[in-house]
Design a protein. Structure first.
Length: 359
């Protein structure tokens, strides 16, 4: 009896996975498709490439409708939502460019790539200035990521980027290590910039995520979000979130752990959000006690000559009570970061000059 070989079905690639060799935006040539990082928490509905032009490199983010449709649900609603989010990010990047925000990653161009001449072969894309690494990968470098002076300068740049956004009534809402990009990584003049404004919000104007109490990655949310304590005032809530994530970034730079993870580690499990059945006001005293333990833990990880000032900043930015965050006596608003920009600039300069006996 004749045996038939079983056919193996090979999944068809989406148009967004077929962009290698295409030319966009003034003869930028797209290179090979970049593999997906299984640990990445963003870019669920996009594909990534590098593009080159005259020896320069740029980063391409291509919208992948196939990945979006694979999530299930009404196809027309998914299409509408994905395009809405993409167009919002394009608008935000253009807005930041018009405001000359030099500590926010710049978009070089945007448009649609025609892969096969059909409506289904149209791929929207964004073209960005290319970074050398994100903050997490830079920290992994035993030489480039080890310096205290760089960590403080990185905090100065990040804080400046947030201030530029806040000054234009925009909050980031998803500040985390993978959304801080490093440029000129091997040079003394390396620069850190904020990336990924897809979850941003404006105090005036529409944002796709305004209906959500928390729009960013849950792992980086402040404690009040996990306990369901949400303030109604836009500035107190949204800018307060950004302040907390800024302090958490500093914590991560020195401990490789987020502020929230440290807090939960210091808190008895019966008081964790999933186990607590009372109000946030009643759990706050326990959170404050646990937070004091995280301050002590962080102080062990930073240079002793800098511990006093850095722990003070961490305390002000990451207090469990969001109503007490920020510089003392300064209301949480669009100028709430000015003092921290000055402090991080002074500390980084002094460290660069060797005044704290660290490098």
């Amino acid at each position: 009896m004749r045996q038939h070989k079983r056919l193996q079905l090979v999944p068809m690639s989406s148009p967004a996975e077929q962009l290698e060799g295409k030319q966009i935006d003034g003869e930028w040539v797209i290179g090979p498709l970049q593999p997906k990082n299984p640990l990445a928490t963003g870019g669920n509905f996009s594909q990534s490439y590098n593009a080159t032009k005259d020896g320069r490199v740029a980063f391409v983010k291509a919208l992948d409708f196939k990945r979006a449709f694979a999530s299930g649900g009404d196809m027309t609603k998914i299409l509408q939502q994905v395009l809405e989010l993409f167009n919002f990010e394009v608008d935000m990047l253009r807005f930041c460019e018009a405001k000359r925000m030099d500590r926010v990653v710049r978009a070089i161009g945007s448009g649609i790539i025609d892969t096969d001449g059909t409506p289904f072969g149209q791929v929207p894309y964004l073209l960005f200035e290319a970074a050398d690494a994100d903050m997490r990968r830079h920290l992994d470098d035993p030489v480039l990521g080890a310096g205290v002076a760089w960590k403080l300068r990185c905090m100065h740049h990040i804080t400046t980027g947030l201030k530029q956004l806040h000054g234009a009534d925009v909050v980031h809402q998803d500040l985390k290590p993978s959304n801080v990009l490093i440029f000129r990584a091997t040079e003394p003049t390396r620069i850190s910039k904020l990336a990924d404004l897809g979850r941003a919000s404006r105090s005036s104007g529409y944002s796709p995520f305004d209906h959500m109490d928390w729009a960013g990655d849950p792992k980086y949310a402040p404690p009040e979000v996990h306990y369901g304590f949400i303030q109604t005032d836009w500035h107190l809530r949204r800018i307060g979130y950004d302040l907390y994530m800024l302090g958490s970034i500093m914590c991560f730079l020195f401990t490789r752990t987020t502020a929230y993870s440290l807090l939960m580690k210091a808190l008895p499990s019966q008081l964790w959000p999933g186990n607590w059945g009372d109000t946030y006001e009643n759990v706050l005293p326990y959170l404050d006690h646990a937070f004091a333990d995280t301050e002590a833990e962080l102080s062990k990880q930073v240079p002793s000559s800098l511990a006093s000032e850095l722990i003070t900043i961490y305390s002000q930015l990451c207090k469990p009570d969001p109503r007490k965050r920020g510089y003392p006596g300064q209301r949480i608003n669009k100028v709430a970061l000015e003092r921290y920009i000055s402090i991080f600039d002074r500390l980084s300069r002094s460290t660069e000059l060797g005044r704290y006996q660290v490098s």
